[in-house]
Design a protein around this ligand. Structure first.
Ligand code: FES
Length: 207
């Protein structure tokens, strides 16, 4: 994984299935200055630990090329790509719930579930659709969201980007091209990001 262009998603972004748009984030996200000394180049400063814990969720453009979300949940810090692997939804606004014993963020757009620890996509499978009531079990689609390593040094929170060369689906929403099209040059995150992507309406030919 690098700052270079990633392959396009397997399917293009689609419109939100939700009838109501996701709410805007409660406040702008900025990090206080680092308190301490220089750190290895691979460590990207996010904010003081106190600040991140208080904010619970912090977004940051890391290394000029990766929009990430840092979360504080049940005493642990997690980091992952900001935009959902499915269609680029804002995970910043997702609820965190337990599924199959794993803490997951639920994307606000189409409710896909992504584990905080590994970025695995979980779904419920139905064994036999003719049975009533239906019996379901949790399954994994594999790692779909790139997660990053969080380190705390001297009271400051740092992220080390996951530079695995394996293509992960959320990479598709981290390209300059995607940012340029989606945000039209506006700062990121901006209110634009929190609006669902509108589906292009196809005009019928007149004749
Ligand atoms: S964008 Fe569809 S579930 Fe996240």
């Amino acid at each position: 994984m690098s700052c270079e262009e990633n392959p396009p998603p397997s399917s293009p972004p689609i419109a939100s299935l939700s009838s109501s748009p996701p709410s805007f984030p409660p406040k702008p996200f900025s990090s206080p200055l680092a308190v301490s000394s220089p750190s290895p180049a691979s460590l990207h400063f996010i904010g003081t630990r106190e600040y991140v814990i208080q904010a619970q969720r912090v977004t940051k453009l890391v290394n000029g090329c990766r929009d990430i979300l840092v979360l504080y949940h049940q005493g642990e810090l997690h980091a992952m790509d900001l935009r959902c692997y499915h269609a680029g939804g804002p995970l910043l606004n997702g609820d965190i719930e337990e599924f199959n014993g794993q803490s997951c963020i639920v994307c606000p757009w189409h409710k896909y579930k992504i584990t905080l620890a590994e970025g695995e996509a979980l779904y419920q499978a139905v064994d036999n659709p003719t049975l009533t009531p239906l019996r379901t079990r949790w399954c994994s689609k594999g790692v779909k969201q790139r997660v990053h390593k969080v380190t705390v040094v001297n009271g400051n929170v740092y992220v080390t980007l996951n530079d695995s060369s394996e293509v992960i689906e959320s990479d598709a929403y981290q390209t300059e091209k995607f940012r340029a099209n989606r945000f039209k040059g506006s700062p990121n995150p901006s209110p634009e990001f929190y609006k669902p992507i509108q589906k292009q309406s196809k005009k019928k030919p007149l004749f």
